[in-house]
Unconditional design. Structure first.
Length: 267
C-alpha cells in the first residue's frame, strides 16, 4: 500500500486546507503547527505562510491522481470545519470524496458543532456514504464529551472518535452509534503523560458497546521507545466497511475532468 504518512491508522494524508488555530487543550502541542511554522518565510515551500489558514485549490482533485485505493486522512494539517473555511469549499471536498469513492476518507474535527450542522444540512448528500468516516477529537471530559454528542446527532454512516491526546480519565462513556475509537497519548517535547487506567477505561467501553478499538501509541518524548502495546498486545481494529472498485485510469480521468470544470465554475 502506498503511504506518505507515519500515522498508524491511515495510508495517506490529503491537505486541501493548510493552517488552523487552537481551540481546546488538545491543541497545546499541535504537531501540524510546529511543522508548518518551521517553514514560515521559506519561499516556494507549501508552508511558506506557516500555519496561516489557506485553501489549496490545486490539491482538491488530488485523490484522482493516486494509482491505488487508499485510506485517506483528510486535512492532517488543518481542521476542515474551521470557521475560516467557507461552506462552499467544504462541499467541494465532499463532492470529490463522493466521486472518487474507491478510497476511504477519514475526517477529524474539533469543530463538532459545525460538523453537526453541515451533516444535517448542506453535507447531507455525503453523510450516509460508508467510504467517508466522520470523526471528532476527544481529549478530555469538558471539551471532548460534547463533541461525541454532536457527532451522534448527525446522520453519518460511519462515526469515529480520536481520543488523542488522552489527557485525563474520561469516566463513564456512551459509545452508542459510534463505529470506531482510536486512543493515543501525546508525543513530542513537553508531552503530557497518559495513564494506563485511562486507556483501559476507554477499551472497557469499546468492549461494552462492541466498538472496534485502535491503540495508536503511548506517546511521550521518545514515542518509539514507549511503543504501542497495551497490556502486552497491540490493538489494530477497524470498522468493517466494503470498498468500492477502483475504475480504470481513463474513467478516473474523465470523472476528474468533469468535476474540474464544475470546481472551476464554483470558484
Ligand atoms: S484543531 Fe487540530 S490542527 Fe487545529 S490547532 Fe488544534 S490540533 Fe492543530
Amino acid at each position: 500500500m502506498a503511504t506518505n504518512t507515519k500515522i498508524e491508522w491511515t495510508d495517506t494524508t490529503w491537505n486541501p486546507v493548510r493552517g488552523c488555530t487552537k481551540i481546546s487543550p488538545g491543541c497545546k502541542h499541535c504537531y501540524a503547527e510546529a511543522f508548518a511554522e518551521r517553514f514560515r518565510g521559506v519561499k516556494g515551500h507549501p508552508y511558506e505562510r506557516g500555519f496561516d489558514i489557506r485553501l489549496v485549490w490545486d490539491k482538491v482533485l488530488e485523490p484522482f491522481s493516486w494509482t491505488s485505493s487508499r485510506m485517506v486522512f483528510v486535512n492532517s494539517m488543518s481542521d476542515l470545519f474551521h470557521p475560516e473555511v467557507p461552506d462552499a469549499f467544504i462541499i467541494q471536498i465532499a463532492k470529490v470524496m463522493m466521486e472518487a469513492n474507491w478510497h476511504t476518507y477519514q475526517l477529524l474535527t474539533k469543530r463538532s458543532d459545525r460538523l453537526k450542522k453541515l451533516l444535517n444540512g448542506a453535507l447531507r448528500f455525503a453523510a450516509g456514504a460508508p467510504h467517508i468516516w466522520w470523526g471528532v477529537s476527544v481529549e478530555n471530559i469538558k471539551h471532548g464529551k460534547p463533541r461525541i454528542e454532536h457527532l451522534r446527532q448527525t446522520p453519518a454512516a460511519v462515526k469515529f472518535l480520536s481520543v488523542e491526546p488522552l489527557l485525563e480519565d474520561l469516566g463513564t462513556l456512551d459509545f452508542s452509534h459510534i463505529n470506531w475509537v482510536i486512543v493515543g497519548g501525546e508525543s513530542g517535547p513537553g508531552a503530557r503523560p497518559m495513564q494506563e487506567s485511562w486507556a483501559l477505561n476507554v477499551l472497557h467501553y469499546c468492549r461494552m458497546y462492541e466498538v472496534p478499538f485502535f491503540f495508536k501509541q503511548w506517546g511521550g518524548v521518545r514515542k518509539h521507545k514507549a511503543g504501542r502495546h497495551l497490556q502486552d498486545r497491540t490493538f489494530d481494529e477497524f470498522p468493517i466497511t466494503s470498498r468500492n472498485t477502483m475504475p480504470p485510469p481513463s474513467k478516473r480521468k474523465a470523472i476528474a475532468a468533469l468535476l474540474g470544470v464544475q470546481l472551476a465554475d464554483a470558484r
